[in-house]
Design a protein. Structure first.
Lengths: 240, 113
């Protein structure tokens, strides 16, 4: 991690954001394809990616609108899927220097940007943090927009011509999460908690609760953390 | 496209942005208040615990291959092991991800043959 100090914040942000391309572009292409199939134009699909910019909920919104579901319900479900975002910014605040830019930059606070920022910002000089965030979130946002445009214009033929784009590149996202999470396996308590959370998310995502897998798994992890913490405290008080 | 669909999209966009920015403004105000009083501001424990847990949950959910099959699951296992091993050796960001994706692709290709 020593390279963090030698590059400018913007450049470091762009470099740190590059692994996201492997995950964002194929998913955004899929979104472009599905949105066009659902009756949206490429421009409309792109505007959704520009302004909503939240993966799973965009698919849900487009599918519900296309199926003729009530619009208020489509909006409520979109926001329900995105409600997990409320815990991201507060976890970053202790590492953010004063700047008027942060509220505007929060548009780019996706799951992956949060995971990157939560790991990288504590290691960085305050002076570089705003530029780093601009760099990393710009790479992610632009790749999401470009992927949507490509999906809308070229459709399925793109992934059929380049199957590697669809089947191999998305592994960049779990690999990135793995690297970001690895330093947090620092104690037995955290290792057990994180393992339970990961396993719960895996099984929930394979079940009917796919859209709620992340918050439900985090809840399982939190319960595990508190059970283990109180167990350790009880043991310590018995030992005294 | 109908105007009402556009209104729904605009509401969803504003709502999603609010879910990201309002907690930031609220927490910053809380921290600034403590700073003004010369006291140390801390996040509630439950909130600071949720940060790493959300990343772990995203990892678990993202491990599922797009088209689950024996080949893609084996490739996922190999890609995961390689990513962890390269991270343990180099403790960097890009190289473990690159090696993980590469090994996933190679393993997936071999398993398909």
């Amino acid at each position: 991690m020593s390279q963090l100090s030698s590059k400018s914040g913007l450049k470091q942000g762009v470099i740190d954001g590059l692994p996201l391309l492997g995950g964002y572009i194929p998913v955004a292409i899929s979104f472009g394809v599905i949105a066009v199939q659902a009756g949206f134009s490429t421009l409309e699909a792109t505007l959704i990616s520009v302004f909503i910019y939240a993966g799973a909920s965009q698919f849900l919104l487009v599918a519900m609108v296309a199926s003729g579901a009530p619009l208020w319900l489509a909006v409520c479900m979109t926001l329900l899927v995105n409600v997990r975002h409320v815990v991201y910014a507060p976890n970053l605040v202790p590492y953010l220097p004063q700047s008027k830019a942060w509220p505007y930059l929060m548009h780019g606070l996706t799951d992956q940007i949060f995971a990157l920022a939560h790991t990288r910002l504590p290691l960085m000089d305050d002076a570089k943090k705003v530029d780093w965030f601009k760099g990393v979130s710009m790479v992610a946002w632009l790749s999401w927009i470009v992927g949507t445009v490509l999906g809308g214009i070229a459709g399925d033929s793109l992934t059929q011509q380049w199957p590697i784009l669809d089947s191999v590149m998305p592994f960049a996202l779990p690999a990135l999460f793995l690297v970001l999470l690895a330093p947090k396996f620092s104690s037995k308590l955290w290792s057990a908690t994180l393992f339970v959370t990961m396993t719960a998310a895996l099984f929930l995502a394979l079940s009917a609760f796919k859209n709620a897998a992340i918050p439900l798994a985090a809840l399982c992890g939190a319960i595990t953390f508190y059970l283990l913490t109180s167990h350790v405290e009880r043991k310590q008080s018995h030992a005294r | 496209m109908h105007v009402d669909i556009w209104i729904a999209i605009v509401v969803a966009a504003i709502g999603t942005y609010a879910l990201r920015v309002v907690p930031l403004l609220w927490t910053q105000r809380h921290f600034n208040k403590h700073k003004a009083n010369n006291t140390e501001a801390r996040l509630p424990t439950w909130l600071s615990v949720l940060g790493p847990l959300m990343i772990a949950a995203m990892l678990g959910a993202s491990l599922i291959p797009k088209a689950p099959s024996a080949a893609s699951w084996i490739a996922t296992a190999i890609g995961t092991v390689v990513t962890v091993l390269v991270w343990r050796k180099f403790k960097s960001l890009g190289l473990p991800v690159f090696c993980g994706v590469l090994s996933f692709g190679v393993a997936f290709g071999i398993a398909l043959v």
